[in-house]
Design a protein around this ligand. Sequence first.
Ligand SMILES: Cc1cc2nc3c(=O)[nH]c(=O)nc-3n(C[C@H](O)[C@H](O)[C@H](O)COP(=O)(O)OP(=O)(O)OC[C@H]3O[C@@H](n4cnc5c(N)ncnc54)[C@H](O)[C@@H]3O)c2cc1C
Length: 406
Amino acid sequence: MNNHSANRKVLISGASIAGPALAYWLDRYGFDVTVVERASTLRGGGYAVDIRGAAREVVDRMGLLPRLREAHVDTRRLSFVDADGAPISSVAPETLTGGAAGLDLEVRRGDLASALYAPLRHRVEFLFGDSIATLDDRPDRVDVTFDSGAHRTFDLVIGTDGLHSHTRGLVFGPEDAFHRYLGHVFAGFTLANDLGLAHEAVTWNSPGRAAVLYAHEPADRVHGFLILKREDFAFDAFRDPQAQRELVAAAFPERSWHVPRLVDAMREADDLFFDVVSQIHMPTWSRGRVALAGDAAHATSFLSGQGSSVSLVGAYLLAGELASHTDHAAAFAAYERRARPFVERNQALATSGGTGLIPGTQDLLDARNAALRATPADLAGPADPAGTGKRAAHNDVVLPDYDHAG
Ligand SMILES: Cc1cc2nc3c(=O)[nH]c(=O)nc-3n(C[C@H](O)[C@H](O)[C@H](O)COP(=O)(O)OP(=O)(O)OC[C@H]3O[C@@H](n4cnc5c(N)ncnc54)[C@H](O)[C@@H]3O)c2cc1C
């Protein structure tokens, strides 16, 4: 596509959202791309993620809007119940997310990954079931060995391997230095859809805790989440799934609403996903010939609702700046200059929502429930008069047209 892209061999680690999005744009600009993914296949299904604001423009430029509209799970209502299970209120999702009704897309993470992967599968080399073992970042190249034993040489390596990024660990050191724990842990799993829920989420709260049933299109199974506040969490003490199950079960002793069903399902789930609610904050996203994108560089946490959108935008900007600069260091610097203010503004959404999903005290919970009972519109705040709210954050980035870069 342009002169700068000749002989640019790029290795991307991680094939979820940021990785395939970056691969798409680099391939479009003429780079020679390899993607290594630890899982043996592209991981499908899963909970739904949001594509809104600037990220919607990115997927539109990729020609993916028709496919993603088909995959849209179309959540129509978010309902809340009190500690006894009595209904409080139901609101439109946009009331809480600050999104744009009719424009935002909400698709299963796996469906988004598949949509990003489909145009690439015959154009880009994918190495499934493998992982980078060592990286030797040299002045003119990066020598890589893989767990499989293979040795390869690349011009650049980009880590898009998520919150607990392996690439980040190899190049920047232990996660502790960059990890900002937001004071909660959660368990996600699926369970039988005995209530016949569809296109909705129902949330039960007590101070510092939430139990959520989240249903996409009508189906036999729904997603369950149990989220709990916990100070100073030592993740290493809970690496064992049984310890994770015990921790979560002990935090939800209530016999009200569907809490016991959720706890039982969590105990038996073969798809349990347990993690901290955390962000990643790094002073810089690159070192030498290695850079990070997506959650690996700047996880925003699900409390922001923006992880996937920010990952799509960051991947677009990184690829575009690499296509626009001969010097990779200049490209990485330009990527950060463009993306960092957007990332930080969206990370801030995770901790700035006064009416949040998990009010931490009885007073905060009462205030949120009162606001919910009064009128759903109250939850949107004063309609964002200064443009400083969520929707502004979702759009607060310039997306240059890089097809003419170089
Ligand atoms: C429960 C939950 C709910 C969420 N809800 C929302 C939401 O509503 N809206 C939203 O926008 N975002 C949401 N998110 C966040 C969103 O899922 C992430 O921000 C997004 O998936 C980040 O994409 P990524 O590609 O950077 O990383 P990930 O999706 O984490 O992908 C990392 C990839 O790297 C692979 N990998 C890991 N280690 C290695 C290795 N050593 N070698 C090779 N590959 C490796 C993994 O297998 C995976 O495929 C949610 C997240 C969670 C956990």
